[in-house]
Ligand binder design. Structure first.
Ligand SMILES: Nc1ncnc2c1ncn2[C@@H]1O[C@H](COP(=O)(O)OP(=O)(O)OP(=O)(O)O)[C@@H](O)[C@H]1O
Length: 586
């Protein structure tokens, strides 16, 4: 019970924001229409039930006129039913897509906002495969919530409408048990109630493990898909290393989990279906068995009997809502749990500073230097990695950061970029200044080359002529003529070419601070020198901070800073100038 109320509270928390959002009037209007039609459908059911009594009574009485009239009444009722059912489905689907659209935008916003997606990955917490949660889980949540919610409402209204009918019918011929001198009034209602409660309890008992099995199934399917995507993304490496058979083993291993869990679902579903199918079949004859004594004692007509059968089955169907939707409920609960986990993981990554001390990256005024104060960068597991205190990067100097592999140079850059929360201390960044990080492997979105180069700027914000000029300047004149060509650039260009495009991106954005993390390491030394000279010439007022292992890079920097070991960590030393700063040189 506690579990059910917790699930319902979670559903409320996930579902409500849409109905309070900017799209609330459309959402509420569509929901109201869908509910109104559902109520109208129940009303038609009640009318059809009463019609059955008249129709079968007319049959029993060989009354042709009534028979023909009732046929026409049925045609009217059936036509109204069809029209309402069609529009209910249509409006329901319309509501689904609007709701899903809003929820997807909302989750995308939260996930992508302020590097939350990266922090979630760093924290490695419970929300596996966010892609699946934003696609399949959101879709299933919207579909199932509407279907279950409307189904439940329909069951409640049906129950009340038909209980009244059933009560009246059973009181017309109360059940008399031989030997007892009192009649059980409303016995059909009690019969239906007993039947449904017993069915619900047994269904829950048999089907309970399905909730967890469904949760796991979705996780294993998503894991398998994610691993396939990784193979596709790294197919060149795999082909070069001839890793296909290792991949096949690994993928089949993952798929093994999907299969094993599926067998669990199959066996559970088999038992559940055996029970629910028997239950539903028995429900067909159960009411006739109950009213048979009254009928054969000629206390009721065939019409009453048929109406009773149909009313009983409506009541029993309404009461057995949980029995018939159990599988759907199990899937729905799994999806609710997954979306809940996703929301919690997003908010814990977004509010990481609220739970633990983090590195404070703050805008500074009155200084145009980046200053590191009492900084201690840590690993996600809390182990200290790099320390820096009283260290400043002046504007516009050129700093080369060196140090042993794994000493934490890239992580220090991540901390300065504000995406690495683990650690303590302060990083002051001059307010309103722009920072750009160029990694060794720049990211290019799939699409037109022009858009990929200027990323993350949007199309149209930088003139094509400027992009072409930058591409020529970095030694890629051929690509300058292909700005509109679409490709997966990270796959089709060599790493050296990608690094040239990275530098073109930096030239086009002209940030105040440019951090190059081995961003030219795949080029030969003359090409690297050419790109550094180009940056010196085109970005005279940009502070450049590079990580690099080549001594030839010294020539393009004014200061060399080393990460030196100090016990278990590395400390950022205040390096000596290697040559004059650009402003002094001019
Ligand atoms: N997300 C992460 N989770 C756990 N450990 C990490 C993570 N990112 C980096 N590390 C660890 O932090 C250490 C420093 O990594 P970093 O990439 O900053 O080193 P680096 O000095 O740039 O190395 P290199 O010169 O080889 O590029 C490494 O031991 C690495 O394994």
């Amino acid at each position: 019970m506690k579990n059910i109320s917790a699930t319902l509270a979670t559903v409320w928390r996930i579902a409500m924001p849409y109905f309070r959002s900017e799209d609330k009037w459309a959402g509420r209007g569509l929901l109201a229409a869908v509910i109104a039609i559902e109520l109208a459908l129940v009303a038609i059911d009640v009318l059809v039930n009463q019609w059955q009594n008249r129709f079968y009574s007319a049959l029993q009485a060989y009354d042709l006129d009534t028979f023909v009239r009732e046929i026409w009444i049925f045609v009217g009722l059936a036509s109204a039913f069809v029209a309402l059912a069609v529009y209910q489905l249509y409006l329901n689907q319309w509501l689904q897509i609007r709701w899903r659209q809003w929820l997807t935008r909302h989750y995308l916003g939260e996930w992508l906002d302020d590097a939350t997606h990266y922090r979630m990955q760093l924290k490695g917490d419970a929300a596996d495969n966010p892609d699946q949660r934003i696609t399949d889980d959101v879709k299933t949540f919207v579909e199932q919530t509407l279907s279950i919610g409307i189904g439940l409402l329909s069951s409640i209204v049906t129950l009340f409408s038909f209980v009244i009918i059933l009560w009246g019918l059973s009181n017309a011929a109360p059940l008399r048990i031989p030997g007892l001198d009192f009649a059980i009034s409303g016995y059909l209602v009690w019969g239906a109630l007993f039947y449904a409660v017993l069915g619900t309890a047994l269904t829950h008992w048999i089907g309970m493990p399905l909730v967890n099995l469904n949760f796991e199934q979705q996780r294993y399917e998503a894991d398998f898909r994610f691993n396939l995507v990784r193979v596709r993304e790294n197919s060149e490496q795999i082909a070069l290393l001839k890793g296909e058979s290792a991949e096949r083993e690994r993928l089949l291993d993952r798929f093994g989990y999907v299969i094993n869990n599926w067998y669990g679902i199959m066996s559970r579903t088999k038992r559940l279906t055996a029970f629910t199918a028997s239950y539903q079949q028995a429900a067909v004859i159960f009411p006739y068995v109950l009213v048979a004594p009254a009928y054969f004692a000629k206390k009721i007509q065939l019409g009453d009997m048929m109406q009773t059968g149909s009313a009983f089955s409506s009541v029993q169907r309404a009461l057995s809502f949980f029995v018939t939707t159990y599988r759907q409920l199990a899937e729905w609960r799994a999806v609710v749990a997954r979306l809940d986990g996703f929301e919690m993981s997003v908010s814990s990554a977004a509010n990481i500073a609220a739970h633990e001390p983090t590195i404070g990256v703050t805008p500074s005024t009155g200084s145009d230097a980046i200053a590191l104060e009492q900084l201690l960068v840590k690993l996600p597991n809390g182990k200290p990695l790099v320390a820096a205190n009283g260290f400043a990067i002046q504007h516009p100097e050129r700093v080369l950061v060196t140090g042993p592999s794994g000493s934490g140079k890239s992580t220090l850059f991540r901390a300065i970029a504000g995406i690495w929360p683990f650690g303590t201390g302060k990083i002051a960044i001059p307010g309103k200044s722009s920072l750009m990080m160029l990694p060794q492997r720049p990211y290019f979105p799939i699409g037109p080359l022009g858009d990929a180069v200027i990323y993350p700027a949007e199309r149209g914000t930088i003139a094509p002529d400027k992009i072409k000029e930058a591409l020529r300047a970095v030694g890629m004149p051929r690509l300058a003529e292909q700005l509109d060509d679409e490709a997966h650039w990270n796959r089709t260009l060599s790493l050296g070419e990608q690094q040239r495009l990275g530098v073109a991106r930096a030239l086009l954005h002209a940030p105040d601070y440019l951090f190059l993390d081995e961003a030219t390491a795949s080029l030969d030394e003359p090409s690297e020198a050419l790109l550094y000279r180009l940056m010196e010439e085109k970005l005279p007022s940009t502070t450049i901070v590079s990580i690099g292992h080549r001594s030839t890079l010294d020539a393009f920097h004014t200061r060399n800073v080393r990460l030196v070991p100090d016990g278990e960590i590395h400390v950022l030393g205040v390096g000596a100038p290697v040559r004059a700063a650009p402003s002094e040189a001019r």
